[in-house]
Write a protein that binds this ligand. Sequence first.
Ligand code: GDP
Length: 304
Amino acid sequence: MFEGLKKAFQKVANSFKEKVEYKEIKEDDIEEILEDLKLDMIENDVAYDIADSIINDVKKQLIGFKIKRGEDIEDVVKDSIKKSIIKSLGYENINLIESIKRKCNKNESYVIVFLGINGVGKTTTIAKFANMLKENGISVVIAAADTFRAGAQEQIDIHAKKIDIPIIKGQYGADPASVAYNAILFAKSRGLCTVLVDTAGRMHSDIDLMGELQKIVKVTKPDMKILIVDALTGNDAVEQAKMFNENIGVDGIIITKIDADVKGGVAISVSSVTNKPILFIGFGQNYNDIKRFDPNEYVNNLFD
Ligand code: GDP
């Protein structure tokens, strides 16, 4: 996992060690090394502007820094990069499980609309999410509001059956907003805590899709709109994040397929371009392969 960025950060730490051990760091000493690092970061899915601002921040921290005897320049450089990345992740501590429980205690249902284009792992992620809530003792209904893609209803129905969670479906071509609304009514009538709305995900540049999603949001008034992106799609994930955030508004992000991500920069990019937190990450195909995103753990993984 994340071999690309890991290598880049180790490379820059080594270069610093060769050039500037035990003396004050001067801009001339490190300009080229950091320029190289910027290119390596861009190659590993960190968006250009964000790589640029991380490098500038690192420069600010390091220029004029005097390394003392006994202090390891590698650690100094790595710590400074870590700090800048954490800053760029703009971490906002949202504890979704607690928020859901709080609303449920007031006998209200918490509504989450999931956004994302086909293939990113949306169906699987909704099933993982539903299963996680169930394991936390939180009741759930799924709204299969992708009535556009042939097979979408069946696909999510299979998951719902496996994890034993109720699902509200619609006819092929039916109004997705009405399917979502029916699920909310179902949750109210049964006193269920959470409604998870699956939505269509044909091409992120599709204007009809954006209109359809806006209508779902208007009708369901969700507590959260969560965008799902695939770590393996690099810059496309960043473009999707911008697009959905501008057109629908995103409250948080889930990144899937982290287990297969050899680069590592998508998390930094999508949260920076949207200024929204990454809530969870998916790291496999099993229902339990989902966990809360922890920025410190993520950054430490980039330096292992
Ligand atoms: P959708 O079209 O967005 O609904 O995508 P699916 O949920 O059908 O997922 C597409 C493929 O990605 C499936 O083979 C999933 O098993 C796989 N997948 C989903 N999430 C993950 C993940 O976190 N890691 C890995 N390795 N595969 C995943």
